[in-house]
Design a protein around this ligand. Structure first.
Ligand code: NDP
Length: 322
């Protein structure tokens, strides 16, 4: 089978198509034939080594497909089931063995593409909206990369909770998408300073919560955009990791709270995984949550997919189709 393997950390050019044997599931694993694979920014961190992985290793976290074989101890799924998963390194492959406890059955109404697009970014938007701090009606939330994969879903869930949402994007075209997702205001950060603009939009008060996935480039201004006792949710590093700082900074910026969460801690038990995935799938089925799948690449084009993602050329979800 074909698999996209990283042998050394580096740019998108280190992604290699390899011919490797189809893996055999261990007793607690299932073999999944992949029909759609999710591309996520974490795959870039694994490729560059920002989040180290043992090398050589196939990358990718997320996929949807059909169970082809199960280990002796597996009770969660059966051969022939349509399934989705996230958090299983090596998903840029034609087949993947996945711990059965990470597999979620895909509702009949959803396509494999929708499944692969919904899992990682959908459950991330879910825990960001519901598990950081209670969002009260009228709270103002600042969402960076608001037209991205997580961003478009997060905007919709925050609106569902009654927040006023200010999105930040880099182009007018992305601003239009963020608005369509429900953002009340959208700042095009290449045209105006997002900190000054956020202050202006909130009559100088600042926002109750910032969702910052950009990291290094936006850290300081994101902190400055918060109202006293607001919360900074730093959940990604698209521009690079935030440098070390003193906790005193949080006091100086208004006794603000800082969260630095990761999805796997919010899907840590089978029950939590099924609850979050179940909500996301149900809302997609009912039309309450809209997925945007704009970019499809062949599995062999993983390099081009990464170049587009890092080049800020994408909106919504990127898929690899084996
Ligand atoms: P996106 O689709 O959001 O793509 C990244 C976007 O970030 C770009 O489109 C761009 O939007 C913006 N961006 C700003 N600066 C840069 C830069 N220097 N280089 C590249 N992009 C930049 O990706 P995902 O939805 O996959 O992920 C979004 C973020 O969420 C990532 O940081 C990811 O690591 C994080 N994440 C965190 C999780 C967690 O649990 N902690 C789980 C899932 C994702 P624009 O052009 O509008 O600025």
């Amino acid at each position: 089978m074909r698999s996209i393997v990283v042998e050394r950390y580096g740019g998108a050019d280190v992604l290699r198509v390899k011919d490797v044997p189809v893996p055999t599931p261990k007793p607690n694993e299932a073999l999944v034939k992949l029909l759609a694979i999710g591309v996520n920014f974490i795959d870039v961190y694994h490729r560059t080594g920002l989040y180290p992985i043992p090398l050589p290793h196939a990358i990718g976290q997320e996929g949807a497909g059909v169970v082809e074989a199960v280990g002796a101890e597996v009770s969660e799924v059966r051969v022939g089931d349509r399934v989705v998963f996230t958090g299983a390194l090596g998903a840029y492959s034609e087949y993947h063995v996945v711990s059965a406890e990470k597999l979620v059955k895909l509702p009949d109404a959803l396509s494999f593409e929708q499944g692969a697009a919904a899992m990682l970014q959908g459950m991330t938007a879910h825990y960001l909206a519901f598990a950081m701090r209670p969002i009260a009606r009228g709270d103002v939330a600042l969402v960076h990369a608001a037209a991205g994969g997580v961003g478009l879903l997060l905007v919709q869930l925050l609106k569902r909770l009654g927040a006023r949402v200010i999105g930040v994007v880099s182009t007018e075209a992305k601003a239009k998408l963020a608005k369509e997702a429900g953002a009340d205001d959208v700042i095009v950060a290449t045209q105006s300073d997002f900190e000054a603009e956020t202050k202006r939009l909130t009559d100088g008060k600042g926002v109750q919560i910032v969702f910052d996935s950009v990291g290094k480039d936006t850290w300081e201004k994101s902190l400055n955009s918060l109202a006293p006792r607001g919360m900074m949710v730093s959940y990604g590093n698209a521009s690079g990791a935030v440098p070390p700082f003193s906790p005193l900074l949080l006091s100086q910026k208004g006794s603000i709270f800082l969260a630095r969460p990761a999805l796997h801690h919010f899907t840590a038990t089978r029950e939590e995984l099924l609850t979050r995935a179940g909500d996301v799938f149900r809302w997609i089925e009912s039309g309450e949550l809209k997925l945007r799948i704009e970019h499809r690449f062949a599995l062999d084009e993983a390099r081009q997919a990464h170049e587009a993602l890092e080049g800020r050329k994408t909106t919504g979800k990127i898929l690899l189709i084996p």
